[in-house]
Design a protein around this ligand. Structure first.
Ligand SMILES: Cc1cc2nc3c(=O)[nH]c(=O)nc-3n(C[C@H](O)[C@H](O)[C@H](O)COP(=O)(O)OP(=O)(O)OC[C@H]3O[C@@H](n4cnc5c(N)ncnc54)[C@H](O)[C@@H]3O)c2cc1C
Length: 418
């Protein structure tokens, strides 16, 4: 049997009829109880399981997923990773994630196509340049790479952008060269495989329908496959966080919104990295198959439906046309929606809850994919040791009551604007 991926194993299998590959993970029936039950088999739940096993030796763990692993946002996002944040509560956390991305494939023995192709945020006014310079300085003070480019430097990189657009003149951009893209499904599969190899049970098609609390303590979950007991219950349900937390009587400072993503037909390579339009909400990269992968704003109304609306598609395409008119005749191949757990300050929550033994990982808004490794790493630390990881110490649930918000955009309690 071949369970470790390597050049030699590929060679061996090529000469023996490809018969030795093992399934990537087992399909166990749920046990009666576990030390830790994680609700949600997305990127964050699977990463948490992996780091619980690897970093803390806790392998009596089940990840309970209502659909199939990776059927949520981890397989629906536009694959962008970066750590170009401004505020103290966020920068160390997202930079930890970036460092974990850099070693992820070796750690998981899985090709996640981590591609540090650069993320360029364009600015279109003097005020926006100043804001980006400030962000770049904050990043550099925290040891994160950042470079402010003028128009000539951007023009050299991306000569086809519309620089003469009278309404949105491109003045330059802030680039993080270590940012880039990662193949999203492979992240779910890689973490799942690594956790399974260490003994974690991955239980698919098993919806959590209730959280059992006795004497103020979570003691397990009701599921469509029966009750599963647990010493600790960890919620990592992303867009469904408020619904799942409500099962334990908690009302979260979170609204769920739809975000759409788009992929065009494959065309010859012309965009090397990730580019974002600063005068609207539009971001684009090109996949290894040649498809343009792009997106924009959330749809702007509360919903648990994983599909979006036509006005947002029009808005996103307008942003694309204002930035790079040359894509106007490219045909759209597919588009879809995912569910965003938008918090009141646009930053996530990794914390204990008022219910003993119940832990919360939520509020990822539309930027949680890049956080996957650090989120799992810090959530595992919290669950195992009952104390926050230093790099996630600011991501507390009670910050909304205490007024210690981490509001990157400074727009206040307006989840749809973050
Ligand atoms: C269109 C789009 C584009 C995006 N682009 C980016 C990007 O470029 N960069 C970036 O950093 N982020 C991006 N994001 C955000 C990112 O994808 C999410 O923040 C992140 O994936 C959320 O964490 P997760 O992977 O654990 O979520 P999910 O994969 O959604 O995992 C949660 C899981 O919980 C399961 N679940 C829910 N309720 C229950 C229940 N009752 N019982 C059992 N299981 C349950 C769900 O089925 C789901 O599988 C984007 C999102 C979308 C939709």
């Amino acid at each position: 049997m071949t369970d470790r991926y390597s050049f030699l194993s590929i060679l061996k299998e090529a000469f023996s009829g490809q018969k030795g590959w093992e399934p990537v993970w087992r399909e166990p029936a749920p046990k009666r109880d576990y030390e830790v039950v994680i609700v949600g088999g997305g990127g964050h739940g699977l990463a948490t399981a992996h780091y619980l096993a690897k970093e803390h030796g806790i392998t009596d763990v089940a990840v309970v997923e209502k659909g199939y692993l990776g059927s949520g946002n981890v397989g629906r996002n536009t694959t962008i990773v970066r750590s170009n944040y401004l505020l103290d509560g966020n920068i160390p956390f997202y930079e930890l994630s970036m460092k974990l991305w850099e070693g992820l494939e070796q750690d998981l023995n899985y090709n996640a196509m981590v591609s540090q192709r650069g993320v360029l945020n364009l600015f279109h006014s003097d005020a926006q340049r100043d804001a980006y310079a400030r962000r770049g300085n904050a990043m550099r003070l925290n040891g994160v790479d950042a470079e402010l480019l003028d128009q000539a430097a951007v023009k050299k990189m991306l000569p086809f952008l519309d620089y003469d657009n009278a309404r949105f003149p491109i003045q330059g951009g802030l680039i993080q060269r270590r940012g880039g893209t990662v193949r999203h499904d492979a992240v779910a599969w890689g973490y799942a495989r690594a956790a399974d190899r260490r003994g974690v049970d991955l239980i698919q098609n098993c919806e959590v329908t209730g959280i059992t609390v006795e004497g103020g303590r979570a003691i397990g979950v009701e599921t469509t496959r029966g009750f599963i007991g647990a010493k600790k219950v960890a919620l990592a349900a992303a867009g469904n966080s408020s619904r799942v937390a409500a099962m334990a009587g908690l009302r979260l400072p979170i609204e769920s919104h739809v975000l759409q993503a788009f992929v065009s037909e494959g065309i010859k390579p012309f965009i090397d990295g990730v580019v974002t339009f600063g005068a609207g909400h539009f971001y684009i990269s090109q996949s290894d198959k040649g498809g343009l992968v792009f997106g924009g704003d959330i749809d702007g109304y509360n919903s648990y439906a994983q599909r979006g609306n036509l006005p947002t598609i029009e808005d996103v395409c307008e942003g694309g046309m204002a930035l790079m008119p040359r894509i106007g005749r490219v045909r759209l191949l597919r588009h879809w929606g995912g569910l965003m757990d938008m918090s009141m300050d646009g930053s996530p929550i990794i914390d204990r809850t008022p219910v003993d033994g119940l832990y919360l990982n939520a509020g990822w808004c539309y930027g949680g994919f890049k956080a996957t490794p650090a989120s799992g790493f810090c959530f595992a630390h919290l669950i195992a040791r009952d104390e926050p990881h230093p790099d996630a110490a600011a991501l507390r649930l009670d910050r909304f009551a205490r007024g210690t918000l981490i509001d990157e955009k400074g727009v206040g309690a307006q989840p749809n604007l973050h």
